[in-house]
Write a protein that binds this ligand. Structure first.
Ligand code: HEM
Ligand code: HEM
Length: 184
């Protein structure tokens, strides 16, 4: 198929936030799985836990920022070359991605704070702990965090598969509209 003219692009800040959040999440998923491996070297486990918890709060802040920015600046319409049903599937996947990442970040935060565990960086700079200590709440949040990680992995896999298909097979400019440096 020939290369099509470029469609409208995402704003630079929307793209920057997308790729920063994507890079952190792609590092946090393996970190979360590896840090729970039985028999893992203790210093490595501590390092992974510290990275995972503290960066998870960064993701929470960036996702809320992203949603606020998105509410003020609607995403650009997809080109007509993307079939209406694919546009609906893409829209639904994006909503589910936002929801799953939010559930993941909030449940992780609640699991740690209600469980009485440290959030090293955020505690050190004096950020208040927003959830009371409660074993019950921490236990529920732990289960939600565990269940939601399957949804996040599935949605990210679908999303990356679709993005790569646009980049290398369809070559319709849909990938480029999220890529840094691209102009409409
Ligand atoms: C933002 C996206 C996040 C992703 C994608 C993510 C991903 C994961 C994954 C894949 C695991 C291993 C599977 C499991 O839950 O047992 C995990 C575990 C864990 N995560 Fe997260 N996480 C996120 C945010 C957070 C945050 C914000 C915190 C805390 C502030 C956190 C704290 C934890 C803890 C303590 C565990 C171990 C759970 C246990 O005790 O079994 N996570 N995470
Ligand atoms: C790993 C975590 C990721 C998350 C949570 C994520 C989430 C999202 C969300 C929510 C959107 C919709 C943006 C909006 O309209 O507000 C989006 C768009 C996009 N993402 Fe990701 N993404 C991730 C990783 C990736 C990766 C690794 C790629 C590339 C291989 C990618 C490529 C794209 C592209 C090309 C778009 C624009 C789609 C369009 O034009 O409609 N994403 N992403």
């Amino acid at each position: 198929m020939p290369d099509l003219p470029p469609p409208a692009a995402y704003r630079p800040l929307a793209r920057a936030l997308h790729w920063i959040v994507a890079a952190i999440i792609l590092a946090m998923i393996p970190a979360g799985i590896v840090m729970l491996t039985p028999g893992l070297d203790r210093p490595l486990q501590n390092l992974l836990f510290t990275f995972h918890k503290n960066m998870g709060v960064v993701v929470l802040i960036l996702i809320l920022w992203r949603l606020g920015y998105r509410a003020l600046h609607a995403p650009p319409p997809l080109p007509a070359s993307v079939a209406p049903w694919q546009q609906r599937v893409a829209g639904l996947t994006h909503v589910l991605l936002y929801a799953a990442v939010l559930v993941m970040a909030v449940s992780g935060y609640v699991r740690v704070v209600a469980g009485g565990f440290p959030l090293e960086f955020w505690d050190a700079i004096g950020v208040p702990r927003l959830v009371p200590k409660s074993e019950t709440l921490a236990g529920v949040a732990k289960t939600v965090h565990w269940a939601a990680h399957y949804a996040v992995i599935l949605l990210v896999a679908l999303h990356v598969g679709a993005a790569l298909q646009h980049a290398f097979i369809k070559r319709d400019g849909v990938f480029q509209r999220m890529w840094p440096g691209f102009r409409r």
